[in-house]
Write a protein that binds this ligand. Sequence first.
Ligand SMILES: Nc1ncnc2c1ncn2[C@@H]1O[C@H](COP(=O)(O)OP(=O)(O)O)[C@@H](O)[C@H]1O
Ligand SMILES: [Mg+2]
Length: 236
Amino acid sequence: MVRFPAISVRRLMSLASIGGKLIAAQEAGRTRIARELHDDVNQELAFLAISLDQMRKGPPRSVSEIRSRTEALFRKTEEISRSLQALSHQLHSSKLEYFGLVNAMQGFCREFSDQHHVEVQFLQEYVPQHVPKEISLCLFRVMQAGLTNALKHSGVNRFEVGLHGTTYGVHLTVRDDGVGFDPDTALRSEGIGIISMRERVRFVNGTLAIDSKANGGTTITVDVPLASVLSHLQSA
Ligand SMILES: Nc1ncnc2c1ncn2[C@@H]1O[C@H](COP(=O)(O)OP(=O)(O)O)[C@@H](O)[C@H]1O
Ligand SMILES: [Mg+2]
C-alpha cells in the first residue's frame, strides 16, 4: 500500500517538474480534444453533409429508399451526438453542479459502461447533501481518471466505484480486479493520470492511497475532510 498523506516523501519530488508535467498534460489534453473535434466529429459532419447533398441531388424514388437512406443519416447523426457528448463530458463540469455529486457520478458510470461495454457498479451511502464544488470536482475527476485507467490497463471489464459519507468527510474508492501494478514505477512513467489525481486531492486537503499488486487488482482510495461535517461534530 502506498499512501500520499499531506506530508510525504513524494512532496520532495521536484515541484517544478510536476508543475511542468501538469501544464504539458493540459496542453496535451487540449490538443487531443482539438484533434478529436477535427478528425472525428468534423469528418463525420462532412460525411453527413455529403450524404444530405446527394439526397438533394438525387432524391429517393421509393418509400423504402427514403426509409433506408434517412435511417443511415439518423444513425450518423446519433453517432456524432454521442461523440460530442463524450467530449463535452471531458471538458465540462456543469452537470456536476446541476445534478449534484452522486447523480453526476452515477450518470457517468452508466454512460461509461454503455460506451465501453464494461460493467461499472456504483455504490453510495450517507453522502452529505452538500459537497463543496471544488471537492465534488476533485472526486469526479479522480473517478474519471481511475475508471479510464482501469479500462486501459487492468485487463478486466468489471469495475466498482464507491462513494461514502464518513464521520469527517467523504470517502471514494475505484476498484478493479485486474493485473495490478507497482505505484512507484507508475509515478516514474510518462503518464500524468496518477500525478494529477494526487495533485487534485492534495488541493482539497485529502489523502490518496493506491493499493495494487501484481494480479491482485487495484483500489484507489480517496478521503477528503468536509469542514461542514467537522464543525457539526465539534459543536455536538
Ligand atoms: N487500474 C490499473 N490497472 C493496472 N495498471 C494501472 C492501473 N492504473 C494505472 N496503471 C498503471 O499505471 C501507469 C500510470 O497511469 P497514469 O498515470 O494514469 O498514466 P497513463 O494511463 O497515461 O499510462 C499506467 O501506465 C499503468 O501501467
Ligand atoms: Mg491514465
